[in-house]
Ligand binder design. Structure first.
Ligand code: UDP
Length: 254
C-alpha cells in the first residue's frame, strides 16, 4: 500500500483512497484535495489491451523518466501536473480533469500512421504532425478530426488551439533533449487536464510507454528501438531498453 506514513513529517496520514486504476498507473487521493498520487505499475498493455504483460521495473523507470521530463518542460515554461515524487514509483500531481483526447505528435512516420497511409517507416515529417484520438477504450481510441472533436464538445476551439501549440512546443523541447541523449524522438502521445482554475496543463506521463524512441546512429530497424514497440512486437530486451533510456535521460538531466 502507498503513503500511509508520511516519512518526511513522521505523521500518519488519512488512508489514501484508490480513485482509478488504469493500464499502467493507479491514482489515489491525498490529504490535500488539490493533489493526487499516481502509482506507476509494471503492467504493460498493447493493441487496446488485447496484449498484456509485465515489464519488470517499468514502474520505477517510467516514474523517474517522467519526473525528469516534466521538470525539464516546467523549466522551459510548460505547465505540467508534476509536483514531486514521494517514492520511486509514486508521483504527486495536481488534481485535474483529464481532457479525453490523446494528442499524438509525429516527427517520423511509424505505427498507425504507416498502416493507415502507406508512408514508409521512418519518413521525415516536417513540420511535425499533430493528431487527436478519442480517449475511449470501448470505441478503440479512434482518430478524430478537429470538427468531430468540437462536435463531441471534448474541448473548446480556443482550448484546442492552445493544446496544439503547447504540443508543438513540447515536441521542440523533448526532441532537443532526447537528441542530446543520443535518442531520436519518433512520435509520442500526450494527455492534458483542466486544473481547478480551468487552466489546461500537461498531465499523464512521458515515458518509453508513450513515446517511440530510436537509438541515434543505429541502422538495424529492430536494434534501434528503445520503447514499448519492443513489447508490442515481442523483440525481447524490453527492460534493458527502458533502462538505457533512463540512464541517458539521467545523464543528460545532470
Ligand atoms: N500511444 C500511446 N497510447 C496509446 C496510443 C499511442 O502512448 O493509446 C503512443 C505510441 O506509443 C506512439 C504514439 O503514441 O509513441 C503514436 O502511436 P500510434 O498512433 O502510431 O499507434 P500504435 O501504432 O502505437 O497503435
Amino acid at each position: 500500500m502507498v503513503g500511509l506514513l508520511d516519512i518526511s513529517s513522521q505523521r500518519f496520514m488519512t488512508k489514501p483512497t484508490q480513485l482509478y486504476e488504469g493500464k499502467a498507473k493507479i491514482v489515489y487521493t491525498t490529504d490535500d484535495s488539490d493533489l493526487l498520487l499516481t502509482y506507476f505499475k509494471d503492467d504493460a498493455t498493447a493493441f487496446n489491451a488485447q496484449k498484456r504483460g509485465t515489464i519488470t521495473g517499468k514502474g520505477q523507470i517510467n516514474c523517474a523518466i517522467s519526473r525528469h521530463l516534466f521538470q525539464m518542460l516546467e523549466a522551459q515554461g510548460i505547465p505540467t501536473h508534476y509536483v514531486d515524487c514521494p517514492s520511486d514509483r509514486e508521483m504527486r500531481v495536481k488534481a485535474v480533469t483529464i481532457v479525453p483526447i490523446e494528442v499524438i505528435v509525429r516527427n517520423l512516420a511509424a505505427g498507425s500512421l504507416c498502416k493507415q497511409t502507406g508512408l514508409a517507416l521512418g519518413t521525415q515529417i516536417d513540420p511535425p504532425l499533430v493528431e487527436y484520438c478519442y480517449k475511449n477504450d470501448s470505441l478503440g481510441d479512434p482518430l478524430l478530426t478537429r470538427d468531430r472533436l468540437l462536435l463531441l464538445n471534448l474541448a473548446t476551439p480556443e482550448e484546442l488551439d492552445y493544446i496544439r501549440q503547447m504540443s508543438l512546443d513540447i515536441d521542440r523541447h523533448l526532441s532537443a533533449f532526447f537528441q542530446e541523449c543520443g535518442i531520436i524522438l519518433v512520435d509520442f502521445k500526450l494527455e492534458f487536464g483542466r486544473d481547478r482554475q480551468n487552466n489546461i496543463i500537461l498531465a499523464d506521463e512521458i515515458s518509453p510507454d508513450t513515446c517511440r524512441l530510436w537509438k541515434q546512429g543505429e541502422t538495424d530497424p529492430q536494434a534501434r528501438i528503445l520503447d514499448k514497440d519492443r513489447f508490442r512486437q515481442d523483440l525481447g530486451d524490453v527492460e534493458s531498453a527502458y533502462k538505457q533510456v533512463l540512464e541517458r535521460v539521467l545523464g543528460q538531466a545532470k
